[in-house]
Design a protein around this ligand. Structure first.
Ligand SMILES: *Cc1c(COP(=O)(O)O)cnc(C)c1O
Length: 429
């Protein structure tokens, strides 16, 4: 017994047996056992406030009571767990509710495709369909983009090190400058327009994140998104919005672009669509583009019934706009606090980036964002960094449902970490 519990404690088995590819466990060397809402506990029983939310897969916090109750009920009734893309009651309930709560009230007409269960699968399906529908090959993505790790999606990435890990050339892709990338005086849509005017380009689609979750929280303005849509239409190129991280309420509306009024041709959703953190992905398709033949794009794990059950429960939050309002209110609170931290510590030269509950603090000083995140871990707060290789943004993603007290407490911890790191850094200068 004693030997067993020794064997099972600590991090040694991860160091010994798990591949070198592991990453989050290095920055957060804890062994997690239990989680609820915005709190996660390690095996010593220490509580941490979670401003990471599974990189956006836990918008409703850990183990939301309503979703877990629905899941337990489904499991106890011997509900079907695996069914490829056959019809199940769980899938029907999800489709009905997605139609009633999300698509119909927004006047959106889309077909719902279930690709494999992770985000990158939703992106691959969108790329394949865009190429099939247009007969063209090139996909245009933006500077600092992140769309996933499989080859098609990786080809769209702005992160050089991650691209190189492919080991082969990643082609049939071109990079356009994201909103603001070339400074205030250069109109990046005009640059894209010139790229698309080149007859050699032969672009099938443009893919965009409205807030670049991994790439440093660069944020597209609504006006820029509208002009992007017009530019794509002018050149007869499809517009794909990858709403995998910014969607499902993260920026304050269910779809991140809603206030802009654009209508993407293809939409990728994953991360928080299941609500519970169970894997689930959707590719939404403008109906006339749904030219797949049956089984042309398939996979064993398309449609995860357990995830449908929690997703259906999660969508209850979107019957009215109370969650959206609440996210917008909390987003203001976060913005005010981050701006005050930035002002208080001039030496950080920090600016606030992002939108909704996907905001963060950018500092151009090498290594400081990572030091702030690791200091926060020591104080019981999980925050990650964003910004590709530079990792120069401290990124805050509390659960959308976090209560105000815990949100303020987490922000106070962040402030303390910034203070500690900045004073250490100032002394070192
Ligand atoms: C996380 C993410 C993906 C990839 O999703 P996986 O589930 O990790 O494959 C794609 N696009 C965006 C914007 C993401 O944040």
């Amino acid at each position: 017994m004693a030997a067993d519990s020794q064997l099972m404690s600590g991090l040694s088995i991860f160091d010994e047996l798990e591949s070198e590819v592991r990453s989050y466990v290095r920055g957060w060397p804890a062994v997690w056992t239990r989680a609820h809402g915005a709190t996660i506990w390690d095996e010593q029983g220490r509580a941490y406030t979670d401003f990471f939310s599974g990189a956006g897969a836990l918008n409703y916090g850990h183990n939301p009571d309503d979703q877990i109750a629905a899941l337990i009920g489904y499991l106890q009734s011997q509900g079907v767990l695996h069914s490829l893309d056959m019809a199940t009651t769980a899938k029907r309930d999800f489709l009905d509710r997605f139609q009633d709560v999300i698509l119909s009230p927004r006047g959106m007409s889309y077909k719902v495709m279930f690709p494999g269960p992770t985000g990158t699968n939703a992106v691959e399906a969108a790329l394949k369909l865009a190429r099939k529908a247009t007969g063209r090959r090139t996909i245009i993505s933006f500077t600092n983009a992140f769309h996933g790790m499989t080859l098609g999606a990786l080809a769209l990435s702005g992160n050089v090190a991650k691209r190189e890990s492919a080991g082969i050339p990643l082609d049939h892709q071109s990079t356009a400058p994201f909103d603001g990338e070339l400074g205030d005086s250069t109109d990046t849509i005009a640059v894209l327009d010139a790229m698309l005017s080149d007859a050699q380009m032969s672009a099938a689609a443009v893919i965009v994140e409205t807030v670049q979750g991994e790439g440093g929280l660069h944020t597209a303005s609504f006006d820029w998104l509208r002009r992007l849509e017009q530019c794509c239409a002018r050149h007869d190129v499809l517009l794909i919005v990858d709403d995998i991280q910014a969607g499902c309420g993260r920026t304050g509306t269910f779809f991140s672009w809603e206030p802009s009024g654009i209508q993407p041709d293809l939409i990728c959703l994953s991360k928080s669509i299941s609500g519970s953190g169970l894997p689930l992905s959707l590719t939404l398709i403008r109906p006339d583009l749904d030219i797949w033949t049956p089984g042309e794009h398939n996979g064993t794990f398309r449609g995860n019934n357990a995830a449908f059950v929690t997703a259906t429960a999660a969508l209850e939050h979107w019957r009215d706009d109370s969650l959206a309002q609440d996210v917008q209110r909390k987003a203001e609170l976060v913005r005010t606090e981050l701006e005050s931290i930035a002002q208080e510590h001039e030496s950080l030269r920090a600016t606030v980036r992002g939108r909704g509950l996907l905001q963060g603090l950018h500092t151009p000083i090498d290594g400081l964002a990572s030091r702030i995140a690791s200091d926060a871990f020591g104080r019981g707060l999980l925050v990650e960094t964003s910004g590709g290789a530079a990792s120069d943004v401290v990124k805050l993603m509390p659960p959308l449902t976090i209560n105000d007290d815990q949100l303020r407490e987490g922000l106070a911890t962040l402030r303390a970490s910034v203070e500690a790191v900045v004073s250490g850094w100032n002394q070192g200068q």
